[in-house]
Write a protein of this length. Structure first.
Length: 260
C-alpha cells in the first residue's frame, strides 16, 4: 500500500474500559500521528478497577488476523501484550518474522493483571530464551521480571536477558526508587531514566501506554535512548492528565528528543 501513513500494529487483549490493551495502544499510536492496526488475542472481562475473567482467542484466529493485515499493509514495528501462553507467543513471533524478517517487535510480557489474575503461573519457562531472541526489546516491570526466572534474582535475570535482547525496565513497582526506569541495550549499556514530574494520579493500563509510546518512537526511527526518554515523558503526562484511573492522550504530551 502506497500512501503517507505509517502503520503500526498491536497484538493484545481487548479491555472494555479502554484503559489497557488494544484500545489503549491505538489511542497512543494515534497521539503520535500513526495509524494503529490491531489483532485481538483475548476478550477480557474487566473495568478500570476489577479484572474478572479472560477468554482467549484461538491461535489460528490470531494468525489469520495477522496474515490478513500483512497482505494489505506495510508493517515494520509491532507491539505485543497479553498472550495465552509462552508457546502461543513463540508461534506468533515465528509468524511475524516469516511475514517480515526485519520486523521489530516490542514485547510487554504481561504475567499478572493488577487485580491479581495470573496469566502464566504454571507454564514451562524453558522457551523464554528463544522468545527474547525474536524481540527487539521487552518492557517488563519489576514484579514481572522477578517472575520470569524463579531460580535467578532480579539482577541476574536482567543480565541474562540482556545477552539476548534489549530491556526497558519499568520502575512503577520499585520499592527502592519508585518511578525510576532503566534501559539495558547493546548487551553492555545501561541508563537510568528518572521521573520527570511528580505523579498526581496512577492510571489503569499505564504499562500498556508506556510500551505503546516506546513502540511509536521506535517506528518514528528514534534511537533507543531518545525513544525511551520520550516514552517516559509521554506516560508521565498521561498519568497527570486527570485524577481518575482512566487517562487522556494528547499530542501535548510529546517531546522531540533529537535522534542522535
Amino acid at each position: 500500500m502506497q500512501n503517507d501513513k505509517k502503520y503500526i500494529l498491536t497484538i493484545a487483549g481487548h479491555d472494555p474500559s479502554g484503559g489497557a490493551g488494544i484500545t489503549s495502544d491505538i489511542k497512543t499510536f494515534e497521539a503520535h500521528g500513526l495509524y494503529g492496526l490491531s489483532v485481538c488475542t483475548a476478550i477480557t472481562i474487566q473495568n478500570d478497577t476489577h479484572f474478572k475473567h479472560c477468554e482467549w482467542i484461538p491461535l489460528q484466529v490470531i494468525i489469520n488476523q495477522i496474515e490478513t493485515l500483512f497482505e494489505r499493509f506495510e508493517i515494520s514495528v509491532v507491539k505485543i501484550g497479553i498472550i495465552q501462553s509462552w508457546n502461543v507467543l513463540s508461534l506468533v513471533l515465528d509468524t511475524l518474522h516469516a511475514l517480515n524478517s526485519e520486523v521489530k517487535i516490542i514485547l510487554d510480557p504481561i504475567i499478572k493483571a493488577t487485580a491479581g489474575f495470573d496469566f502464566h503461573s504454571t507454564e514451562n519457562q524453558n522457551i523464554l530464551d528463544k522468545i527474547w531472541t525474536k524481540c527487539f526489546i521487552i518492557t517488563p516491570n519489576y514484579d514481572e521480571i522477578k517472575g520470569l526466572y524463579p531460580n535467578l534474582d532480579t539482577q541476574n535475570t536482567i543480565e541474562h536477558i540482556s545477552t539476548l535482547t534489549n530491556i526497558y525496565l519499568k520502575g512503577g513497582h520499585r520499592l527502592d526508587k519508585k518511578g525510576w526506569d532503566a534501559l539495558y541495550y547493546s548487551k553492555i549499556v545501561m541508563i537510568n531514566i528518572p521521573p520527570v514530574t511528580k505523579i498526581v494520579s496512577e492510571k489503569h493500563g499505564s504499562g500498556c501506554v508506556l510500551s505503546s509510546a516506546l513502540t511509536s518512537y521506535i517506528l518514528l526511527e528514534q534511537n533507543l535512548e531518545d525513544a525511551s526518554k520520550n516514552a517516559k515523558n509521554y506516560i508521565e503526562n498521561f498519568l497527570n492528565s486527570n485524577d481518575s484511573l482512566l487517562g487522556n492522550h494528547s499530542y501535548k504530551s510529546i517531546l522531540n528528543y533529537s535522534n542522535s
